[in-house]
Design a protein around this ligand. Structure first.
Ligand code: NAD
Length: 490
């Protein structure tokens, strides 16, 4: 087992369940977004490492015990992993904060504890899952079997790294798949620490590999003919490319992509509760959330009081060291991301939106920080209203009436999430039914990790969580029988 007490540097890759020297001398440096100092190193997987990981996964799937075990036997192994994981939550949260700048409070609850819950919820779903069933067909009784989809390539970004890995890795493993995981180059450390835990959980050889590196490593996985399915979370641009490559091979693919969600504030909404809710729903994880409610839709009648209340909330946010318990907004993951967000702020100004709070000047000399920024006077055709900014920037848009609010909410290439804020929850449900997004919140937006999550439109294909999330990792086999089928084991 790799002895690595601080989980900050790795010399080897986790290939087929064993630590192996990488084929290439190239290393990835993980840089603290707060101090801009290196905090760790990992190997970059070369083509030979991807080949070895996929080869091990293929052999384990075609010939190994894992897909041939009963689901309950696999679940026992995953319960073992959950126990190991559960003993390390605070340290995992702190590692993620160090890697990508998520404030400590969010890392503890929204990252590590959330990831642990995802393991337990996937196990609960699997206990009730119809692995085999009987159905009356036109030819007689049919036997239905849910078989593992095969070798899975799981590719994730850096914003909530463990919470993006778990809804792929765990259902895939429970279903009997073998998995090659490719974390983001910004957050390889938490993934390799998870590999150490997987090693302790003692899965059969070849079942899990972790290959660290950038887009080329991910693309090698997508192109590899021995990979049966790609499970991807990331930007819509990358998702489109991956879907095209998978299409050429008729490879299964599920995609969790970007968003530009609208929060519709109705005239009867409680202002204090709405603004308190939007603090999390719009700005969680420093605004680096695919589900962030970043377009704030308000009527002309309530515009001024909403903008004033949002401005007060945003001016009071504590921006600083993400390891500090008091911090609301930490740094963005990378200088590239800081510059990108600053560029969006400038584009808002150039397009004629009015800056209420914040701006493109950095709030600190060191660290990739961006001021929490609020725009109003924007229109839905501006870049700040159409494109995913992925930083602490909110844009207020004014609607004439409810139909107009729904129209603006739907006038987006994305369809990931949305919310409505109202005293009348029945009316809120009616609004939810008119908005084309995969998830919706009434007087809140939180992702419920026990219900299906995914996107309409350019926000993705497929669902994570719940039985639908497990369905993504099985193929359905129908067996007809000329004669009487033996009874199902009870
Ligand atoms: P990205 O698409 O650039 O990268 C995501 C992952 O894909 C990384 O591991 C990257 O190395 C890899 N990758 C990049 N190009 C690839 C290629 N051609 N082939 C294979 N792999 C490739 O995403 P990002 O900008 O780093 O992450 C932020 C994006 O992720 C945002 O758009 C955000 O909305 C989205 N996201 C979506 C969800 C969701 O559940 N819908 C959750 C979190 C983040």
């Amino acid at each position: 087992m790799a002895e690595n007490p601080d989980h900050r540097s790795y010399d080897e890759l986790f290939i087929g369940g064993r630590w192996r020297k990488p084929s290439s001398p190239e290393r990835l440096t993980v840089i603290s977004p707060h101090s801009e100092e290196p905090i760790g190193h990992v190997p970059t997987a070369g083509p030979e490492d991807v080949e070895a990981a996929v080869g091990a996964a293929r052999t384990a799937f075609d010939h190994g015990p894992w897909p041939r075990m009963e689901p309950q036997e696999r679940m026992r192994k995953i319960e073992g992993l959950a126990a190991i994981y559960g003993r390390n939550l605070d340290a995992m949260a702190d590692l993620i904060t160090a890697e990508m700048g998520s404030p400590r409070s969010f890392s503890r609850l929204g990252q590590a504890a959330g990831a642990a819950s995802m393991i337990h919820l996937a196990l609960a779903v699997a206990r009730d899952f119809p692995w085999v069933e009987r159905r009356q067909g036109v030819l007689g009784e049919a036997h239905l079997r849910r078989a593992p989809v095969g070798v899975v390539g799981a590719i994730v970004p850096w914003n909530v790294p463990q919470c993006l890995i778990m809804p792929k890795l765990i259902p895939a493993l429970i279903a009997g798949c073998t998995v090659v995981l490719k974390p983001a180059p910004e957050t390889p450390l938490d993934a390799l620490w998870l590999a150490e835990m997987i090693e302790q959980a003692d899965l059969p050889e070849g079942v899990v590999s972790v290959v660290t590196g950038g887009p080329d490593v991910g693309e090698a996985l997508v192109r590899h003919p021995a990979v049966d399915k790609i499970a991807f979370t990331g930007s819509s641009a990358t998702g489109r490319r991956i879907a095209a490559l998978c299409g050429e091979q008729l490879k299964r693919v599920s995609l969790e992509l970007g968003g530009k969600s609208a929060a519709i504030i109705l005239d009867d909404a409680d202002l204090d509760k709405t603004v308190a809710g939007l603090k999390t729903a719009g700005l969680m994880n420093n605004g680096q959330a695919c589900v962030a409610q970043t377009r704030i839709l308000v009527s002309e009648r309530r515009h001024d009081e909403v903008v004033d209340a949002l401005a007060d909330m945003m001016s009071a946010l504590h921006v600083g060291d993400p390891s500090d318990e008091k911090t609301d907004i930490g740094p963005l993951v990378a200088q590239r991301q800081q510059r990108r967000v600053q560029d969006y702020i400038r584009s808002g100004l150039q397009d004629g939106a009015r800056l209420v709070v914040g701006g493109d000047d950095p709030p600190a000399d060191r660290g990739w920080y961006v001021r929490p920024t609020l725009f109003t006077g924007a229109t839905n055709d501006m870049r700040i209203a159409r494109e995913e900014i992925f930083g602490p920037v909110l844009t207020v848009l004014t609607y004439r009436d409810e139909d107009d609010a729904v129209r603006i909410a739907n006038d987006s290439d994305y369809g990931l999430a949305g919310s409505v804020w109202t005293a009348d929850t029945a009316h809120g449900l009616d609004i939810a039914g008119r908005v084309r997004t995969g998830t919706y919140g009434i007087n809140m937006y939180m992702l419920d990790i026990s219900t299906p999550f995914g996107g309409f439109k350019n926000s993705g294909i497929g669902r994570e969580f719940g039985p639908e999330g497990l369905d993504e990792y099985v193929e359905l086999q129908s067996v007809a029988c000329n004669g009487k089928l033996p009874p199902l084991p009870s």
